[in-house]
Ligand binder design. Structure first.
Ligand code: ZN
Length: 293
């Protein structure tokens, strides 16, 4: 009998959960993301009030320094989120709680949860992409998120400009018109002044966004050959985007890869998450579990 803790650490809130070894969630709270000191202290207070945990998993916004050989291991990299660059997540939580802390990106955490318990169960190679305030992705191979140098940064791949997108410069502070700059939620706000959900069904923004995301799904298919691509995040919560993305992916592949599930009409390749918006918190618990394994 043990208790583990998980945190889905986002730019606006930290969702903290405590679960038992059967992955049953025993307690949960939401801490607003303010300064690192204040936010970490509030999370620690919650876990202590629950009687403590034996390991903690963190699925966090990034970028993160995940190379164990780096002096900055376990910290937040250069982020536009004020005050968070250099925040020591592994050190801060580890010192306060005195337990092993396993850190990964929010998308790797969510991807891990989808691969083990959601839309990717039984698959060897699965990709998870979130399209929301930002765009990020994880590749789960053999039940583990791919790391390597650090972690993938799929949202910042270049895309071909859509013919109806004029000279929109994109909103990525680093690259302008990368995938995130052209297709994340803030790009829609900048073009239209309102979110995608308020756009008329025949507005060109649907085909513009779907095209960019579909282009990237084709790239992912060609690079990693995943058996399924799971698309989550607030923007993909607009279900009408899925058929557009599937068609754009198929168009970009142009029948080059002769596999039926890659056709524009197949619905079992590019799919919504199986765990809904719980994937991040569940993934954090799976990370904690890995520390005890
Ligand atoms: Zn970028």
């Amino acid at each position: 009998m043990y208790r583990i803790g998980g945190i889905e650490a986002g730019g606006t809130k930290f969702v903290c959960v405590v679960a038992n070894e059967a992955n049953r969630i025993l307690a949960e709270t939401v801490v607003p993301t303010t300064s690192p000191q204040e936010t970490i202290a509030a999370c620690v207070a919650f876990f202590r009030a629950q009687g403590g945990v034996e390991a903690l998993g963190l699925a966090s916004f990034g970028p993160l320094i995940l190379d164990p050989a780096s002096a900055g291991y376990g910290t937040v990299g250069r982020t536009p989120k004020a005050g968070w660059t250099g925040a020591d997540l592994v050190g801060g939580f580890g010192a306060a709680l005195g337990v092993p802390v396993v850190l990964d990106t929010d998308v790797n955490g969510a991807g891990l949860a989808e691969a083990r318990l959601g839309a990717g169960v039984g698959l060897d190679v699965m990709a998870y992409l979130t399209v929301g305030t930002g765009i990020g992705g994880g590749l789960i191979i053999g039940g583990r998120p791919v790391h390597g140098l650090s972690h993938p940064e799929m949202g910042h791949v270049k895309v071909h400009r859509h013919a109806l997108d004029g000279d929109f410069p994109g909103v990525c502070p680093f690259h302008g018109d990368c995938l995130e700059g052209m297709a994340a939620g803030p790009s829609v706000m900048k073009r239209l002044g309102h979110p995608l959900s308020e756009a008329a069904p025949d507005h060109p923004i649907w085909s513009i966004l779907g095209d960019y995301i579909g282009q990237f799904c084709a790239t992912l298919t060609l690079v990693a050959s995943p058996q399924r691509i799971v698309l989550g995040g607030g923007v993909m919560g607009n279900a009408a985007l899925f058929p557009v993305v599937r068609a754009a992916c198929a168009a970009a592949l142009a029948d080059y890869v002769p596999i039926p599930r890659l056709s524009a009409t197949a619905t079992d390749y590019i799919v919504p998450p199986g765990l809904g918006d719980r994937a991040g918190a569940i993934g954090a618990l799976l990370l904690a579990e890995s520390a005890l394994a």
